[in-house]
Design a protein around this ligand. Structure first.
Ligand SMILES: C[S@@+](CC[C@H](N)C(=O)[O-])C[C@H]1O[C@@H](n2cnc3c(N)ncnc32)[C@H](O)[C@@H]1O
Length: 264
């Protein structure tokens, strides 16, 4: 726990984890781009940009080079590899850095849009990041936050042990997004949910269960190692979650919290 508080990234950056992040992008990016409704020409900075699949989509839609701030050298290396493979290196202006510190002083107030997805749940004080996002945008510019609120996650019929597994970070930061925008001095303008579930019989169901199992498996060391759960309890819950994938009557009800605001 203490290591997480000091800023390590719970999910890690192994190739398996990077593959999970790529799949998640495949599933979510269309909905994200629809909601972003870029007009073209926007100057954009993506906080905690990870492997930059979404960063590149934003760049394609805006027809501009997009800045990405990412702390992990492993994520940056894989983001660069994927961009090169796609022939899209020119779309990215990638910087290794901390989202809590934001853009360099010379760029403050110059962006039309500051965006962060699945980042606020990984920092000890999300408001610090939202404030740096505010500093990055010009007056009238947009700040868009997307994050998890695990309280609205429903797996049904519920695999045994699920409730004890959701430990760590702030699993409910999604509900705080508008509050955070306001506290950082933005004028909140819109909130919504992006549906991110499926039922057995939809092709995305197995992918979503795998995504969830992979998140849980990746947190094993942090949870068991920190003594938050006995290994046997953790492993039994993870096994049940993996078996949930094969249920013909299974469904996942989930949504990503989305909030946006403008800088006065
Ligand atoms: C779940 S991933 C999401 C990546 C991307 N935003 C997306 O939606 O695909 C979270 C990313 O935030 C990065 N991250 C976590 N804390 C950070 C911080 N304080 N500064 C910069 N990046 C951070 C992690 O390394 C990871 O790549």
């Amino acid at each position: 726990m203490s290591e997480r508080r000091s800023g390590s990234y719970l999910h890690g950056t192994t190739p398996d984890e990077q593959a999970r992040l790529s799949t998640l992008n495949d599933l979510l990016n269309r909905a994200t781009m629809r909601e972003l409704a870029l007009r073209g020409g926007e100057r954009i900075v993506d906080f905690g940009c990870g492997l930059c699949q979404l960063t590149r989509e934003m760049a394609r839609a805006a027809r501009t080079r997009v800045a990405g701030i990412e702390r992990s050298p492993q994520q940056i290396a894989e983001a660069r590899r994927q961009a090169k493979e796609a022939g899209e290196e020119a779309l990215l202006d990638l910087r290794q850095g901390d989202a809590q510190e934001g853009v360099p002083p010379g760029e403050e107030g110059s962006y039309d849009l500051a965006h962060a997805r699945f980042v606020l749940e990984h920092v000890p004080d999300p408001l610090v990041v939202v404030r740096t996002m505010m500093r990055a945008v010009r007056p009238g510019g947009r700040i868009v936050l997307q994050d998890d609120d695990h309280d609205i996650l429903r797996l049904w019929p519920e695999p045994g042990g699920m409730r004890v597994l959701w430990i760590g970070n702030d699993p409910y930061v999604g509900r705080r997004l508008v509050e955070l925008l306001h506290a950082a001095g933005a004028r909140p303008t819109r909130s919504t949910f992006l549906f991110f579930g499926a039922c057995a019989g939809e092709s995305t169901f197995a992918l979503l269960v795998d995504n969830m199992a992979s998140i849980v498996a990746g947190a094993r060391e942090a949870i068991v190692g920190d003594g938050l759960l006995p290994a046997s309890t953790f492993d039994a819950a993870l096994d049940e979650l993996r078996r949930f994938r094969d249920r013909p009557d299974g469904s996942i009800w989930y949504a990503v919290s989305w909030a946006e605001g403008t800088k006065p």
